[in-house]
Design a protein around this ligand. Sequence first.
Ligand code: ZN
Length: 99
Amino acid sequence: MSPVQLAEFPCKYCGKTFADGRGLGGHVRQSHPAKQRSIPAPASHSSEGEAAARVLELWRSGNDPLTVISTLRVHPKFVKDVLAEYDGLLNEWKKFREA
Ligand SMILES: [Zn+2]
């Protein structure tokens, strides 16, 4: 008879369970990189992904959103969405550094 396992660490991304937090941590880092975790990834629109990448590129090199919009001729809402997502990534990164 085995006792009920209380010390199980389930992965919240795929449901796999681990005997300890270290095992779970290693698994999450390897199998679910931060990029995959924070972006819901509608991978079907690859051209949209490319546009998003260009928006980020311009944004990172110091252009304001209006310049990005007029340079790439994309919809302002698209730029806003991309930058909001980018903000989320930045925040996650900051949290990670503070931890
Ligand atoms: Zn997992």
